[in-house]
Design a protein around this ligand. Sequence first.
Ligand code: SAM
Ligand code: SF4
Length: 333
Amino acid sequence: MAPLIDPFQRPISYLRVSVTDRCDFRCTYCMAEHMQFLPKKDLLTLEELDRLCSTFIRLGVEKLRITGGEPLVRRDILTFFQSMSRHLKSGALRELTLTTNGSQLARFAGDLAAAGVRRVNVSLDTLDPKKFADITRWGRLPQVLEGIEAATEAGLKVKINAVALKGFNEDELFPLLDWCAAKGHDLTFIEVMPMGEMGEEMRLDQYWPLKDLRTRLAERFTLTDLTERTGGPARYVRIGETGQKVGFITPLTHNFCESCNRVRVTCTGELFMCLGQEDKADLRAPLRASADDAALEQAIRAAIALKPKGHDFDYSRQHVAGQMSRHMSHTGG
Ligand code: SAM
Ligand code: SF4
C-alpha cells in the first residue's frame, strides 16, 4: 500500500488523536472558564476511533499519540488503549503514547503500561500549589504529582511539558529543572501559542520566547545542541553539568514546519493537516457512510494531498498574527 506522502515530500508517520474535548482542568491559556462542549453524538465512538487509527496505521503511521482535552477523562478510554496494543504487538505501530494533565494517572498508569504504553507526556507548568491552582483554575497539584509518581512506579518514562509563561513561571526555570533531574524526567518547554479566545494583549503579555529562556539557562550551564529528534517538533539540548536533556518547542521563534511529519484528528473526526491553519477534512462522514474503510482511506489520501507547507503564527511585529480561534483542547496540542 502506498504510504502517505504530502505535496512537500514529507511522509506522514505520526498521528495525534484528540479523543475528547472535555477536561477536568481549565488552563487559562487553553480553555475559557465556561466552555461549551460538543454534544456526545458528534464524538467518534471508541470503535470509530479504532477504525480510524487502524486505517492510518495501515497507511504508514508508526507513532500514535492520544490527547484531548484530557484523554483520561473519556469513559472507557482504557479499552481503546488495550485495543490499539494489537498494532504494537504486530509491529505496525512503533509507539503508542499520550499527553495528559496527570490528574487521572494514579488510576490508569499500571493498565496503560500493561497495554504497551512506554512513555507519557505530563503537562506541568509550576511546582507551586497556589500557582498551579491559578493557572489550571480547577486542578490540584498533589493529585498530579501522585499521578506522576504512579506512572514512574509503573515503569513509564515521564516527560514533563511546561508552557513558558512570562511573569508566571520564569522564576521556576531552575527549580523545575532541578526537580526533573532529581526525578529522572525529561523536560520540554513550549512557547505559548495564540489559540482560543484570549485577547491579543494578554497573549503578548504571556509570551516568553524560548530564545530568552535558553539564554538564561546558558548563563548557568553549558548547553550542547543535540541533533536527535523524537519524531515530534521539539529540539533538544544537553546540559553539560547535569547530563539532563531539555527540549524546546518553538512554533513562534523557530519555524519547525519543514520537517513536519504529523497530522491531527479531533474527537469528531476532523483531520487537521496543520495545527496552525484552518484547512481540515471530515473523516466522520466516510467513517459512518460504510463499514468498509475504502472511502475513509480515500478521504485521508485526498486530505494529505492538501497538507499546507506551514503555519503563519507570528508575534514579531508586536501583534499576534495567524491567531487561531480554535481552542488547543479542540485539536489536542
Ligand atoms: N490535557 C492534556 C494536557 O494538558 O497535557 C492534553 C491536551 S493539552 C491541549 C496538550 C498540550 O497543549 C499541553 O501540554 C498544554 O500545556 C498545551 N497547550 C494548551 N494550550 C496551549 C497554548 N495556547 N500554547 C501552547 N501550548 C498549549
Ligand atoms: Fe485541559 Fe490540557 Fe487544556 Fe489544561 S491544557 S485545560 S489540562 S486540555
